[in-house]
Design a protein. Structure first.
Lengths: 362, 300
């Protein structure tokens, strides 16, 4: 089942939750809606499910307009953020609910629920109440309950948000495998980029009610389309510099930027990812030095922090200015053996520049 | 309410003992003694006289029957109104919402006698709707519909007030989940909403019933106290007392008092259930303990 969202807008009072959003989800895709809270991603998910009505725009399933179809008739499996399990029902009855309201025969209900309990690895817990389950187990009951009605689309709202780190990673991998097995069109909402990148075929980054970028995880990460995406993905050095004559300037260091060939200088925001900066011990005598790929920036090491396989070196330009980070594989950092206070030269390998957009405010 | 403060000091200090004595004296004098005296007086001529006072006086019999009809009717109306209104307030946002919630409380602040008079002014023969009702040949004031109206009025806040906070705490997610699973409105209500609010609802119903059975002021005004026709139990108690038939009056009063004690027991039981449920709700919101062995077994 493919989904098409066409020009959907939705306001809650004065708050514009969605502003003319369009989106295609091809059959069998696992798509992530990624964005900060208030970006409209949950509203969009609920509109697809029929739990909210759009003020404008259409929702299509396989080319059929279903905008006016009630949630009850959409055959959508929805997993809520806090699972929304029926507290007074057993796990079995929770999963059976969708079939019970359809008046399915008892034998069929029993067979289907048992099958799903097995699928979500909760074979012996059918008689428990939701309150007696762990977070991860509840999550899987919610999923089984949504799958029980044989939905054509699966929608998940922050499916792993309330779980602790270890369980989250396990469930994530499990969900990916499950998706590969049953191949159902799946959309999930998350504010966690790691989750989106690891799990999804396609990532849609949302902000303030509109889509900032859509692409494969690699595309979004390597080629952020907007300053917002760049900032949201985080882990980036931002510098308020300028562009002119095909060059961007970072602390006075010119970096190739052919997208702006004009002679007139313009203020611009310059983004450098910490792992795209080369760091070397400064040659004795100091002073600006020319690297092989262009001019380098003389800087001083302030400190080093190791987080597992990556070591982050915090530096400050020698001529003053704001601190920035350089990421190195920890083995390389150990080999280099820099000490705080040492002079280094920094060579940017890659830069991204966003010209100021008057409407864009961080 | 039922949980004991864990670290409270035992009341053995002079101040503690003083407060304890004060509390016991107040409760004893204002609550236990009058209640006990009702039963003592009611049975002063023996249980046989008590029974005869209740069962052999046709007017008293009628009053008991009328109370047992009017109160459940009022409670039923209240229950339907309360659930619908609480759903409206807890699940929807609309202009005037907080004004509406404040209006639910009016019966608490208006004197029941005033409420009764207001009903007479609207539904009475000379009232606003008087001509219409006369044309329809429906008698409201000085008849049982008036009693139901007055009783409903004074008990109106009890069910809805009980339900709003509970429904707000539960949130709409379970209902939305039910809808997305294909349930229609009735199925959502009967299978999800009602089971979730059942104890709060029962609490409201018990309180409303107790209030309905005991209501005097508003009912007094609209009933016209016609013995054998529009006298409810509290009105009968008063009438018998005015006629110097104290033992008979106390016999009826003892039935009301027994009902109150029954209500108290039911209330304590329901409040325990409510407490358990609210703890469960809390637990369901918390990210459950993730140390169970089954989560580890997700491998292919």
């Amino acid at each position: 089942m493919s989904i098409r969202v066409d020009g959907v807008s939705k306001s809650f009072g004065a708050f514009k939750a969605l502003d003319n959003v369009s989106l295609d989800v091809p059959q069998g895709t696992l798509l992530a809606l990624l964005g900060p809270s208030g970006s409209g991603k949950t509203t969009l998910l609920r509109i697809i499910a029929g739990l909210e009505w759009p003020d404008q725009g259409r929702i299509e399933e396989d080319g059929t307009d279903i905008t006016d179809r009630h949630a009850r008739q959409r055959e959508v499996g929805f997993v809520f953020q806090h699972y929304a399990l029926f507290r007074h029902m057993s796990v079995f009855e929770n999963i059976a609910f969708g079939m019970r309201v359809r008046k399915a025969p008892q034998a069929e209900v029993k067979a289907r629920v048992d099958e799903l309990l097995h699928l979500v690895r909760l074979d012996n817990l059918g008689s428990r109440k939701p309150a007696q389950l762990s977070g991860g187990q509840r999550q899987r009951v919610a999923l089984a309950r949504a799958l029980a009605i044989r939905p054509r689309i699966l929608l998940l709202d922050e499916p792993f948000g309330a779980l602790d780190a270890k369980v989250r990673v396990e469930l994530r991998q499990w969900l990916r495998r499950l998706h590969d097995e049953i191949g159902m069109t799946t959309v999930f909402v998350t504010h966690d980029q790691e989750e989106a990148f690891e799990l999804a075929d396609d990532v849609v980054v949302m902000n303030e009610g509109h889509v900032e970028q859509r692409g494969k995880p690699d595309e979004v990460f390597d080629k952020p389309a907007t300053p917002f995406v760049m900032d949201f993905l985080g882990n980036v050095n931002v510098y308020h510099g300028r562009v002119e004559n095909g060059l961007a300037f970072w602390h006075g260091v010119p970096i190739d930027y052919p997208d702006y060939p004009h002679a007139q200088a313009r203020a611009a925001r310059v983004y450098l990812r910490p792992h795209e900066l080369d760091i070397a011990r400064a040659p004795a005598g100091g002073g600006p030095s020319a690297g092989p790929e262009g001019t380098s920036l003389p800087a001083t090491v302030l400190r080093q922090t190791r987080t597992g396989p990556i070591t982050r070196i915090t530096c400050q330009p020698s001529q003053g200015g704001s601190e920035f980070h350089v990421d190195l594989p920890s083995a390389a950092a150990r080999e280099l053996g820099l000490q705080p206070g040492e002079a280094v030269s920094i060579t940017p390998r890659h830069v991204r520049v966003f010209l100021p957009d008057p409407e864009y405010v961080i | 309410m039922t949980s004991k403060p864990r670290d409270a000091a035992t009341a053995t200090s002079p101040l503690g003992l003083l407060l304890l004595a004060g509390a016991v004296a107040t409760v004893g004098l204002l609550i236990v003694a009058p209640l006990a005296s009702v039963f003592v007086d009611a049975f002063s001529n023996g249980p046989r006289a008590w029974w005869e006072a209740l069962a052999h006086d046709p007017d008293t019999r009628h009053a008991i029957w009328l109370s047992l009809t009017v109160a459940p009717l009022a409670v039923l109306i209240n229950t339907i109104f309360g659930v619908a209104a609480a759903w409206l307030v807890a699940r929807f946002r609309f202009p005037g919402r907080s004004l509406l919630v404040s209006l639910f409380d009016v019966p608490f602040s208006v004197s029941p006698v005033v409420a009764g008079l207001a009903l007479v002014l609207i539904f009475g023969r000379q009232g606003l709707l008087g001509p219409t009702l006369a044309w329809l040949a429906v008698k409201v004031i000085f008849a049982w519909p008036g009693l139901v109206l007055a009783t409903t009025f004074v008990t109106l806040p009890l069910v809805v007030r009980e339900l709003i906070p509970v429904m707000e705490a539960i949130g709409p997610e379970e209902e939305m989940a039910a809808v997305s699973l294909g349930a229609n409105g009735w199925q959502v209500f009967w299978r999800v909403t009602l089971p979730n609010i059942r104890w709060a609802l029962l609490h409201g119903v018990v309180l409303a019933n107790a209030r309905a059975m005991g209501e005097f002021g508003a009912v007094y005004v609209v009933s016209g106290h016609i013995a054998g026709a529009t006298d409810t139990m509290p009105l009968r108690v008063e009438k018998l007392f005015q006629e110097y038939r104290t033992p008979a009056s106390m016999a009826v009063a003892s039935v009301l008092a027994a009902l109150a004690l029954l209500t108290l027991v039911a209330k304590v039981f329901i409040e325990r259930q409510l407490e358990t449920e609210s703890k469960e709700l809390e637990a369901a919101r918390a990210p459950g303990a993730d140390t169970d062995p089954t989560t580890g077994g997700l491998g292919p």
